[in-house]
Design a protein around this ligand. Structure first.
Ligand SMILES: Nc1ncnc2c1ncn2[C@@H]1O[C@H](COP(=O)(O)OP(=O)(O)OP(=O)(O)O)[C@@H](O)[C@H]1O
Length: 255
């Protein structure tokens, strides 16, 4: 089976090198949790996979196509749920989803039907025609989730999709991701919520200082580090075991 995402020797620098030779294959139907410390390069990787950052070195293919030359075609088949996106707040969910759906070449009537059904399912049916300026962070995130999936893509990239969601919404999104996986979709997402990543990922990839330092099921990772929770594994692998000390120093510095 050919991987649906293939990354070879991916390097990307801004002022400093961010990605220093990332290698990764993702197969169809996998849910991959992509985790790493703040600033590790998770969003940068996802944006490269989406064709949003063209200047990188290495080879990246999505659905067998080269992201450098076929980004437009790839975009038809992938969805993206960004973190803190610039959402056109002056629009209503109905208008925003119409705009997004049209970008994907969808029929207006289909967009409207899907928008109504999906907003209903996330508890926003009554706000379909309200301006999003008044929306809370979680309400906006729900609209972004719908916008990223409205065209029923084969691969869905989500950057911190659970940020700002309440406990019920997190459960809902987890279940939606499980259904999407059952339907054969591939899901590649970043998150800092270790308990969620541990529960819903088939595979966990940890990136630190520009390279992949662990890649496997939660059991594989446990075996590698001989540690229980993903939180502990993460701490062990990314070498940050001084948090208690720093928390106490932080507290002291406040006094
Ligand atoms: N447009 C940019 N210009 C310059 N530096 C950038 C740019 N985008 C990202 N960086 C730098 O690249 C590094 C990786 O950023 P990135 O957003 O990919 O990290 P991340 O793993 O998603 O972090 P977080 O967990 O905090 O969201 C950071 O040091 C960041 O400052």
């Amino acid at each position: 089976m050919n991987p649906v995402i293939s990354i070879r020797n991916l390097e990307k620098s801004y002022d400093q090198p961010v990605l220093k030779g990332v290698n990764l294959d993702v197969n169809a139907g996998e849910i991959v949790g992509y985790i790493g410390p703040n600033g590790a390069g998770k969003s940068t990787t996802i944006k490269i996979l989406l064709g949003m950052i063209p200047d990188f070195s290495g080879e990246v293919t999505v659905l067998g196509r080269d992201i450098r030359t076929d980004a437009l075609e790839i975009k038809r088949h992938v969805g993206y749920v960004p973190e803190n996106a610039a959402l056109y707040e002056v629009l209503t969910p109905a208008e925003f989803l119409l705009f997004m759906g049209r970008l994907y070449g969808m029929d207006d009537a289909v967009i409207r039907r899907k928008a109504e059904d999906l907003l209903q399912l996330v508890g926003l049916a009554d706000q379909i025609d309200s301006r999003m300026t008044t929306f809370s962070k979680g309400m906006r995130q729900k609209v972004l989730l719908i916008a990223g999936m409205i065209h029923n893509p084969e691969i869905i990239f989500l950057d911190e999709p659970l940020s700002g969601l309440d406990a019920n919404a997190v459960i809902l999104v987890k279940e939606i991701l499980a259904r999407l996986r059952e339907a054969g979709k591939t899901i590649f997402y970043s998150s800092h919520l270790m308990d969620v990543v541990e529960k819903i990922s088939d595979r966990i990839v940890i990136i630190n200082q520009g390279t992949v330092i662990a890649d496997g099921t939660i059991e594989d990772l446990r075996h590698q580090v001989q540690s229980g929770s993903l939180e502990r594994i993460f701490q062990g692998l990314t070498g940050d075991d001084s948090t208690s000390l720093r928390a106490s120093e932080f507290f002291q510095a406040l006094q």
